[in-house]
Design a protein around this ligand. Structure first.
Ligand code: GLC
Length: 717
């Protein structure tokens, strides 16, 4: 169905709808509203009376989540197919048969479908610097979401991660706008294809619009102090790119920016999102965030006023989520004339348009499970993504790779946990239910036990035993980091590791045996004193269900590591400076002093770039600049390398970062092989947000930096 046909159908359907049916389309409720009580959990977890109350009597247009919030947990694919079928059957009994759109958080695969392919989390996908893998993750996730009978994925996060304390840093593609843009849009294209009504495709959702990821104090859902120029330079571009990539829905920032809650910000939600970015889809609130304008932010004097503020600011659908209050209050507001019917029609038209675009009005048979779910190729893609997402940060005396017959002592709290490699949004909301994880996936310890030919001893944390056992081993693998979390549950006061882990590290080091530190978890916890004393450091972050085998592959040299840090790894707890620091930060002393810089990552091979050249050394405003450079594998084994192209705008009317990533390409090279690469930098790449808040390219000198080389060019007036 083309855009014109959809527009006509939406207009016709809207003309038939009652006010109640329209307001119902703007109402999204959690599964709990239609579910049987948790303690009565049976095969079919839907209560038909409650389902009819929601869909037939309140005309609810969307349902989200897996059963039994907040203990929501993964269901079998058969139960999902049954439950979503029951929901659609109820929708088919409504007067106008408008389908319900069922939304789910499938943020690193189909979170809540048992045995789904669960990828490395976004921070790890970013570390691959491999957009093809992000595209494939989108493809596979969409397939498994649709095979489950689900229809709308609250993914991908387009927030950028520049506040390492934030408990959702790992849900972002890291600190750089260009990297996050490329990885995020690749995911969207894989997930949606050219037509997301196709049986194996599904609509995505850009979140959380906008400025949610940069709370001043690092705690989730606390104020972000972001000026509009910074917002436009660092936080809006990924959403603009996601809209251009075709994502039809946007979920709104749960917190506040500059004192305005995301759900009350007309300037962001309408003036910018609609007027400037041209977004045509619909916005959905985040969890209970309309109510919270009253209950939390004290912005609204009542829940009713909160509904009015949010709808008039530009919220099209409310994730209420546990009752019909939004529906009831909005009906009253329209009947009293406080909210014009035109605003309701606008929101409902957007929602119906996406439902038509998603093919929900022409339901196809559900995608077959066989051949579309947890397939061998999907698992292989996941294994590759996990391998490419691991960062080898230190490798002194070539302690790595280990010999297969090395006697290895494994210790530390994250070595034998699948949950420590997956993080939040895994089988349960917080991802911490280790007992629910699939039994056929290997932890780091189990993967080492499977691969190693030598003795493998595991001592989780008993320091005395580590001291005693060390002498019978050649190397110690010290696996530290974090247990899973997401959202406010993951709030912390400091990036410092807990004392127990520090003491275990000190004990391992005191044995005098060579130590390899492995970290797992969503944030860069402070490891400086440990990292400086050990021989090897492997940064695993959240490599997903194949992470154990991927890490063992790298430890034993069966895979040559090539991950690069998508964030700057802080040296100290308050070391929040990002790589694109400003001149003022390196004037008298360079404040950018991370333990490991952005894009750091070692290989078992070595690479060198050379012959950096620009096609021209001066261009007119509006022209592209062509960059060419060679990259060579100067090592002894085949490996992958990411070539990164940075620019610096030497002088401008708004202070410019010392460097900004504007292009990158990952190549695989055999020993001695050289590849010549070409990059095209566009005027957009040279632009910034000017004094007048408009994007501009100012004439003047620029530098292009690749590897150790820098060349200059001038943009003429
Ligand atoms: C949560 C999260 C959001 C998620 C939504 C639905 O509060 O902020 O990322 O998509 O609720 O689960």
């Amino acid at each position: 169905m083309n855009a014109q046909e959809i527009e006509a159908k939406v207009k016709h359907l809207l003309s038939q709808m009652t006010l109640e049916e329209k307001v119902g389309q703007m109402t999204q409720v959690d599964f709990t509203v239609i579910g049987i009580p948790k303690e009565q959990q049976t095969e079919d977890q839907i209560d038909p009376v409650k389902l009819n109350e929601a869909v037939l009597n309140h005309h609810v247009g969307s349902i989200l989540n897996t059963p039994f919030t907040p203990d929501n947990k993964a269901q079998s694919i058969d139960v999902w197919r049954k439950m979503t079928g029951t929901v659609q059957a109820a929708a088919a009994k409504t007067r106008l048969k408008i389908p319900v759109i069922y939304g789910i958080d499938a943020i690193h695969g189909a979170t809540y479908t048992q045995n789904s392919v669960l990828f490395p989390q976004a921070i790890n996908m970013a570390a691959t610097f491999n957009p093809d893998l992000s595209f494939k993750e989108g493809e596979i996730t969409a397939r498994e979401v649709r095979a489950s009978g689900l229809q709308w994925n609250f993914s991908t996060v387009m927030d950028i991660g520049r506040q390492p304390l934030w408990p959702r840093l790992w849900e972002t593609f890291g600190e750089d706008v260009h990297l996050a843009t490329v990885m995020g849009t690749s995911y969207i294209k894989g997930h949606q294809g050219d037509d997301f009504s196709a049986a194996a495709k599904a609509p995505t959702c850009l979140k959380h619009y906008v400025g949610y990821s940069y709370p001043l104090n690092g705690k989730d859902r606390t104020p972000a102090w972001i000026g509009e120029r910074t917002l436009r330079e660092y936080f809006l571009p990924t959403f603009a790119a996601g809209i251009k990539a075709g994502s039809p829905t946007i979920m709104v920032n749960s917190a506040e920016v500059d004192g305005i809650p995301g759900h009350a910000n007309y300037h962001y939600l309408t003036t910018i999102l609609r007027g400037e970015l041209g977004f045509k889809g619909f916005t959905v609130s985040d969890w209970e965030d309309i109510k919270r304008l009253y209950t939390r932010d004290k912005l609204a004097a009542s829940e009713k006023e909160a509904v009015k503020i949010a709808v008039m600011a530009g919220i099209d659908m409310s994730m209420v989520p546990f009752d019909f209050s939004f529906y009831d209050l909005l009906l009253e507001l329209v009947k009293s004339g406080d909210v014009p019917l035109s605003r309701i029609d606008e929101a409902v038209s957007r929602i119906l348009t996406v439902k038509y675009q998603a093919g929900l009005f022409e339901p196809k048979p559900l995608l077959a499970v066989e051949g579309n779910f947890a397939t061998a190729d999907a698992l292989a893609t996941n294994r590759l993504a996990a391998r490419e997402s691991i960062v080898l940060a230190k490798n002194e005396q070539h302690i790595l790779p280990l010999k297969k017959d090395a006697r290895i002592l494994v210790t530390g709290p994250t070595a034998n946990l699948l949950s420590a490699m997956n993080g939040g949004w895994t089988i349960t909301w917080q991802g911490a239910a280790e007992e629910l994880y699939p039994k056929d996936k290997l932890t780091v310890l189990q993967a080492i036990q499977k691969k190693a030919a030598g003795q493998v001893t595991y001592i989780e944390g008993d320091r005395q035993k580590v001291l005693e056992e060390a002498e019978n081993h050649d190397v110690i693998l010290l696996s530290l980091g974090e247990q899973p979390y997401t959202e406010t549950v993951g709030n912390i006061e400091s990036l410092a590791l807990d004392q127990v882990q520090i003491e275990l590290a000190q004990t391992a080091i005191a044995t005098g045996k060579p130590v390899v530190l492995l970290t797992l978890g969503g944030r860069p916890r402070i490891i400086t004193s440990i990292a400086e004393q050990v021989s090897g450091v492997v940064l695993g972050f959240l490599p997903g269900m194949e992470g154990g085998e991927a890490i063992a592959d790298i430890l034993y040299g069966d895979y040559n590591p090539n991950g690069k840090l998508p964030i700057s790894y802080p040296r100290n707890t308050n070391g929040f400076t990002s790589y694109d620091y400003k001149p003022i930060e390196s004037f008298e002393s360079n404040v950018y002093h991370p333990l490991y810089p952005f894009a750091h990552g070692l290989s078992y091979s070595s690479f060198a770039t050379s012959a950096l050249k620009l096609e021209k050394d001066r261009i007119h405003s509006g022209e592209n600049i062509i960059v060419s450079v060679n990259v060579k594998n100067t090592g002894a084994i085949t490996g992958k390398e990411v070539v990164l192209v940075y620019i610096n705008d030497v002088a401008a009317s708004v202070t410019r970062p010392n460097k900004q990533l504007k292009a990158f390409k990952k190549v695989e090279l055999t020993p001695g092989q050289t590849e010549s690469l070409r990059f095209t930098l566009t005027p957009y790449d040279l632009s910034f947000i000017g004094v007048d808040l408009k994007r501009v390219v100012e004439p003047g000198d620029f530098k292009v930096m690749v590897g150790k080389e820098t060349v200059g060019f001038t943009v003429l007036k």
